[in-house]
Design a protein around this ligand. Structure first.
Ligand code: IPM
Ligand code: MG
Length: 361
């Protein structure tokens, strides 16, 4: 029987609640397929700081590096807001991404037909949207040096460095073109090449890489225009590739096409998918902690992406996606996607409904 070791990093806030549901659904997948998951839990974020005085203990990174895949819930809580920046929970997220070399972040924004009415946008605009945002995850202004806050001539200045090397752009370009080849062969590279030198290099390397993929139609869009077009006419996009900070912003924006941040999964991959981490794109929502109200679907679908990308179990991914759609078709909703005439359920009920749907398939 195939056995996979999964590092489970539930994190802070509502992270543990949504992770429980993802593990529940994977338990159902185990029963349907001849497969075994060994889940090993470790601390990350604020809870790790409480225990070890660091948000990313070495033992956690080691576990992630030695597992077949890593599942992450979410990190952060207001009670850590006053901590120095180097030990804040977010630092752990950036640290584990960097430590595992997860440069390619895949963030699909798919509008499920069952939920077209959950989006704040008109149904005819969002119905049928299926975008794959590929965000570079370990470079850009997030990691660029020099950085800091200094005093010059008696005044404080804050600065970060938006920087990409040719090689960093090339490897994310390759992932993007490969992904576009498996989709509708349309790739839109988002940059700010009218202003930023780093974006001019970005564009140059994208154009160069396009020569290796003559079948892919490459277009370029400035990030401000892309932010507008994603709302105005999202169906014009298929695969989008962009840098770390633009991808951070555009993926939150794209989640609103689907109706809720609680629906969007993500995969973060290293070279050749050797290492991978799967997490919902949303945060830890500490205000909702312990209330059994958050939507576990983004985390459940992230577990689905793990089956697809790390273990090549496309059919198991489809099984999870279909089960989720069926539960939504039956009218069950968590509060973030609730609409008239639907049945309101909590986090754990939603997980159980999806798991049961898988078992009864
Ligand atoms: C995300 C988040 C993180 C990021 C934060 C929590 C550091 O917004 O995964 O999109 O900016 O990458
Ligand atoms: Mg973000």
């Amino acid at each position: 029987m195939a056995t996979y070791n999964i590092a489970v990093l539930a994190g802070d806030g509502t992270g543990p609640e949504i992770m429980t549901e993802a593990v529940k659904v994977l338990g159902a997948v185990e029963k349907v397929y001849d497969i075994k998951f060994n889940f090993e839990h470790a601390l990350i974020g604020g809870c790790a700081y409480d225990e070890f005085k660091t948000p990313l203990p070495e033992s956690t990174l080691k576990l992630a590096l030695s597992s077949d895949a890593t599942l992450l819930g979410a990190v952060g809580d207001w009670k850590y807001d006053t901590l120095p920046p180097e030990v804040r929970p977010e630092k752990a997220l950036l640290g584990i991404r960097k430590g595992m070399g997860l440069f390619a972040n895949l963030r699909p924004a798919i509008v499920l037909e069952e939920l077209v009415n959950s989006s704040p946008l008109k149904p005819e605009i969002v119905s049928g949207v299926d975008i794959m945002i590929i965000r570079e995850l370990v470079g850009d202004v997030y990691f660029g040096e020099p950085r800091g806050i200094e005093v010059k001539d008696g005044k404080k200045i804050g600065f970060n460095n938006m920087i990409y090397t040719e090689d960093e752009i090339k490897r994310i370009a390759t992932v993007a073109f490969e992904t576009a080849m498996k989709r509708s062969k349309k790739l839109c590279s988002v940059d700010k090449a009218n202003v930023l030198d780093v974006s001019r290099l970005w564009r140059e390397i994208m154009i160069e890489t396009a020569k290796e993929y003559p079948e892919v139609e490459l277009t370029h869009m400035y990030v401000d225009n892309a932010a507008m077009q994603i709302i105005r006419a999202p169906k014009q996009f298929d695969t989008i590739v962009t840098g770390n900070i633009f991808g951070d912003i555009l993926s939150d924006e794209a989640s609103m096409l689907a109706g809720s941040l609680g629906l969007l999964p993500s995969a973060s991959l290293s070279n050749d998918k050797k290492l991978a981490m799967y997490e919902p794109i949303h945060g830890s929502a500490p205000d909702l902690k312990g209330k059994n109200v958050v939507n576990p679907i983004a985390t459940i679908l992230s577990a689905g992406m793990m089956l697809k990308y790390s273990f090549d179990m496309d059919s198991a991914y489809n099984l999870i996606e279909t089960a989720t759609k069926k539960v939504l078709q039956a009218g069950y909703r968590t509060q973030d996607i609730m609409s008239d005439g639907c049945k309101l359920v909590g986090t754990s009920e939603m997980g159980t409904l999806i798991a049961n749907e898988i078992l009864n398939k």
